[in-house]
Design a protein around this ligand. Structure first.
Ligand code: AR6
Length: 190
């Protein structure tokens, strides 16, 4: 499904983020930038050892809510943007703020590097336990908020692993059509 907001297309895609040919793909990393499971495991497995080698050179790792970038190794993307969402602790530990900040930091970094397309997984909703629905609302608010401003980004892709997450994003974006004056539906098909 495709939407348009100002100059940028927002696309929903169901599948594996390592197969997406966006200029930047976002990794759901941890603060130590140590390879883990989920999206992170898949990115290092498919992208090869050059990504972890570069992660190890980054002093201070990547605090929660921030982002750093590395080569994409053998992935079809040009760059991997590693960002760290919060671990869900019940909702009163600034999780929403930190999750929004993880999305924003990745968008700013992509822009700084002149990248025009970026693909996000559903940050924090796997090993970090953030409830999918709340996380979807935060992700869309952060991205749509960012796209109100001048940007070099021409495409933002939300890559959802499950049909359930895809449907969640679809429903939420359709609801936003009513309240977001600059958002419009481009195409219904995936
Ligand atoms: N492509 C797209 N989405 C995926 C893929 C994939 N290949 N694999 C899983 N997902 P997670 P987190 C979905 O756990 O919660 C790692 O160990 C998955 O279904 O990857 O931010 C890191 O090293 C879920 O909806 O990230 C960290 O320690 C979403 O991606 C920690 O996990 C995020 O799940 C980060 O946890």
């Amino acid at each position: 499904m495709k939407f348009q907001l100002n100059q940028t297309t927002i696309r929903l895609h169901q599948g594996d983020i390592t197969q997406v040919a966006a200029e930047a793909i976002v990794n759901a990393a941890n603060s130590a930038l140590a390879s883990g499971g989920g999206v992170d495991g898949a990115i290092h497995r498919v992208g090869g050892p050059a990504i972890l080698a570069e992660c190890r050179q980054i002093k201070g790792g990547c605090p929660t809510g921030s982002a750093v970038s590395t080569t994409a190794g053998r992935l079809p993307a040009q760059r991997v943007i590693h960002t760290v969402g919060p671990v869900w602790q019940g909702g009163r530990k600034q999780e929403a703020k930190l999750l929004g900040s993880a999305y924003s930091a990745a968008l700013f970094l992509a822009e700084e590097e002149g990248l025009t397309s970026i693909a996000f997984p559903a940050l924090s909703t796997g090993a970090y336990g953030y409830p999918a629905e709340e996380a979807c609302a935060v992700a869309l608010a952060a991205v749509l908020g960012h796209l109100q401003w001048e940007t070099v980004l021409r495409e933002v892709i939300f890559v959802l692993f499950s049909g359930r997450d895809y449907a969640l994003y679809q429903t939420h974006l359709q609801q936003l059509l009513a309240t977001e004056p600059n958002l419009r539906l481009l195409a219904n098909e995936a």
